[in-house]
Design a protein around this ligand. Structure first.
Ligand code: AMP
Ligand code: MG
Length: 399
């Protein structure tokens, strides 16, 4: 049997980054920059007022105070967005709003609060320091400066800066496009009535969400019966749009194992047993150069396998940080058993405040209900057969 670590290495080695592309900035949120960003313009782009008030010559109001007001005629009104730049003559003031361009010659802005707010002749009751309440061109960003670095994740604030610089696109590591194929003749899509022996498809819906949650993009999430030709045709149809294929089901030891039957002919996909529970039957390889990871069909096995093998490799291929779920330790509240020789991943409820973790639901791999309300995976290593309550164990934080 292959170890968990070995299979993680195999999967990680298959999933490759896509070439960097320039995308409209609105499409880049959450992706990683593939190139440094140099400012094409300065910020601010021009000297402007930091306050609503009056642009003046500081010398003209040097003597102003509460008991010694200075009166100045208001020669111009400059709202934000005015695009001509008037000249301030000595002995006059210009009414000016926040963000409006400073008139030529002005050396200070007196806030409206220190005046009577008049529009013809303004009464100023405070002196102004030269440069006061003026935002200078380039004091935030000087044109030509590197303002963002390759490897940085695009956040709302990154987009804000990019937009302020007038850049329409960012060069990023694109999302991996993942084809999620569910196999099983018993599967029925939501909304249709079930015949005896049929079940509603759930792996495809769940893994598509897990792919998006990991930062990937779902190319398609089709479902196919256990028919080798239909399965192959489905793969062929979607292959050109996929950077990675995930399948579920059809890889265990029974008959009608469609994935194994279709891909097991030595064509680049290797089917192995991995020493873990759940998730022992696994497969990995390439199909026409596209990596394919075949996950087991039981829903808990499928999602745990995604967490253990696929999610870290998928995030790494997109250059994203936190490729691994945070690992913590907590004190077990109950006795547990684990199969010797296999790494066990139980669903758990972790209480970080109490520093405890409780195994949640039975270990068998069809118990979706417990999976849905667990907040961690509880990891018990290969050498462990029994763990007593009170033991400190490792958990994967899924929150
Ligand atoms: P298999 O590995 O194909 O034998 O599937 C193992 C178990 O998982 C069976 O009980 C299947 O019915 C179930 N299963 C497989 N694929 C899905 C799916 N996409 N949605 C829900 N259950 C599934
Ligand atoms: Mg099946």
């Amino acid at each position: 049997m292959r170890s968990v670590e070995e299979h993680r290495r195999v999967v990680a080695g298959l999933i490759r980054p896509r070439p960097a592309v320039a995308v409209p900035i609105a499409d880049s949120l959450g992706l990683v920059l593939a190139a440094d960003v140099t400012a094409p313009v300065s910020l601010p782009g021009f000297d402007n007022s930091a306050m609503d008030g009056y642009a003046v010559l500081a010398d003209d109001v040097a003597g102003a105070g509460a008991d010694s007001p200075v009166l100045l005629p208001v020669a111009e009104d400059i709202p934000a967005g005015r695009t001509d730049i008037p000249t301030l003559l000595p002995g006059t003031a210009h009414r000016i709003m926040t963000g409006a361009p400073l008139p030529a010659g002005a050396t200070a802005v007196v806030p409206v609060e220190a005046t009577d707010g008049a529009v013809d002749t303004v009464t100023i009751r405070a002196a102004a320091r030269a440069g006061q309440h003026i935002r200078r061109a380039g004091e935030d960003v000087t044109a030509g400066t590197t303002v963002l670095r390759a490897g940085q994740v695009v956040t709302a604030a990154v987009l804000g800066l990019t937009a302020a610089l007038g850049l329409p696109e960012l060069t990023v590591v694109p999302r991996q496009r993942v084809l999620v194929v569910s196999t099983g003749t018993e599967l029925v899509g939501a909304g249709a009535p079930l015949l005896p022996g049929q079940i509603y498809e759930s792996n495809g819906v769940m893994l598509a969400a897990a792919v998006r949650d990991a930062g990937g993009e779902v190319a398609a999430a089709p479902m196919t019966g256990d028919d080798v030709d239909a399965f192959r045709a489905m793969l062929r149809r979607h292959l050109p749009d996929a950077d990675l294929i995930l399948t579920t089901g059809g890889v265990s030891a029974g008959a009608y194992e469609v994935v194994k039957d279709a891909l097991g002919g030595g064509d680049g996909v290797e089917f192995v047993k991995v020493a873990m529970q759940p998730g022992m039957p696994q497969g990995a390889g390439t199909l026409d150069g596209v990596p394919i990871i075949t996950l087991p069909g039981n829903p808990v096995s499928a999602l745990v396998s995604f967490e253990v093998f696929v999610r870290p490799a998928l995030r790494a291929a997109m250059g994203l940080p936190s490729t691994e779920r945070p690992r913590r330790t907590a004190v077990l509240t109950e006795d547990l058993t684990s199969p010797r020789g296999k790494r066990q991943f139980r669903r758990g409820v972790w209480d970080p405040d109490a520093d405890t973790v409780t195994g949640y639901g039975p270990p068998a791999s069809h118990h979706l209900r417990w999976l849905a309300s667990a907040n961690c995976l509880l990891e018990l290593d290969e050498d462990t057969a029994e763990v007593a309550a009170g033991t400190r164990v490792q958990v994967w934080d899924l929150r």
